[in-house]
Design a protein around this ligand. Structure first.
Ligand code: SF4
Ligand code: SF4
Length: 299
């Protein structure tokens, strides 16, 4: 059953595929747990579509402001859910990613139920499904594509065998500071780290000032496929002053801007490829010269 679902997902273009046991989310609050969406959930399927490296080149070289989405098209997740239901007789839920601030705030329908809205953390889910690790800068890194992957989640009550959590190392955080060094706004603090247990995997994360990322002119952008609002790119205000000093991690903040195309993430791609830390190889180097950046926003 698992292999037929994997083969179907691959036929849709999902080269990255893994399954997590819902128990790997048990250390998260109820409003971030898959069973709060599908109480009978037995398997969290996490699929990933590689983002073509060519889609990063325009912004790397300052010739084209290009967009790389973090989330896969929802209709493809619905296709997987339909395939599961029609071929196995089990139920499936295609999880629709929506930014937290765009959702209405309501009370629970009863005291025994979790309050809306339940938001799954994609990076946590990807680690729980064995797809890779979260790097120092908070981006998911996969062994083949590094951060060049967009993700989707399908829940099912089918009893599918979980994949093991990835135990290898992609981010060589003890030696590498490429993401932090590349940031003209000094938003990544590699010497201020916290260690988090992500689905059983000990992970060191740098504190990042995502309020600065929300104003970053070097490739951060809103996820336009979310459609409702683009709040993750809007800095908060205290009185009439922008709040630009707050640091957090990708796991503690709900609305992390899409920084996949930003110079920090592109520097991570260049570093991982130059040091042969990814399994996918190209004929040409990703970075041939200094990356394009707007330095006049230095703070
Ligand atoms: S998105 Fe911009 S501000 Fe944030 S870490 Fe990357 S380069 Fe720095
Ligand atoms: S640039 Fe280096 S330190 Fe930063 S996430 Fe990538 S591999 Fe890790």
């Amino acid at each position: 059953m698992k292999e037929s679902i994997r083969a179907y997902a691959e036929s849709l273009g999902f080269a990255v595929f893994g399954i997590a046991d819902p128990a790997r989310f048990n250390t998260l609050p109820e409003n971030a747990h898959p069973c709060s969406i599908q109480p009978a959930c037995k398997a969290v399927i996490v699929v990933g579509m590689p983002l073509p490296r060519g889609g990063f080149r325009g912004i790397e070289e300052g010739t084209l402001w290009s967009y790389n989405g973090r989330r896969v098209p929802y209709r493809l997740l619905l296709d997987i859910a339909r395939f599961i239901e029609q071929s196995t007789g089990y139920e499936a839920v295609a999880y629709e990613a929506t930014p937290a601030k765009a959702m209405p705030r309501r009370k629970p329908v009863s005291q025994s139920h979790v309050a809306p809205n339940v938001m799954l953390n994609f990076d946590w889910a990807a680690v729980a499904a064995g797809l890779g690790e979260i790097g120092l800068c908070g981006q998911l890194l996969t062994p083949a594509y590094g951060p060049r992957v967009s993700l989707g989640i399908v829940l099912t009550d089918a009893p599918l065998e979980a994949d093991p959590v990835y135990t290898g190392t992609i981010c060589d955080r003890a030696h590498c500071r490429s993401c932090a060094d590349a940031c003209p706004m000094h938003a990544i603090h590699p010497n201020e780290t916290i260690t988090v247990d992500v689905a059983g995997r000990e992970t060191v994360l740098a504190r990042v000032n995502y309020s600065l990322c929300a104003t970053c002119p070097n490739g951060a952008m809103p996820d336009v496929n979310f459609k409702i609002g683009q709040e993750e790119m809007m800095p908060g205000y205290t009185g009439n002053q922008e709040k630009l000093t707050e640091t957090s991690t990708a796991l503690t903040r709900k609305d992390v801007p899409n920084i996949l195309s930003a110079v920090c993430t592109r520097s991570c791609i260049a570093h991982l490829e130059d040091n042969n830390l990814l399994t996918i190889r190209f004929h040409n180097k990703f970075r041939e010269s200094e990356p394009w950046t707007l330095r006049n926003w230095e703070r």
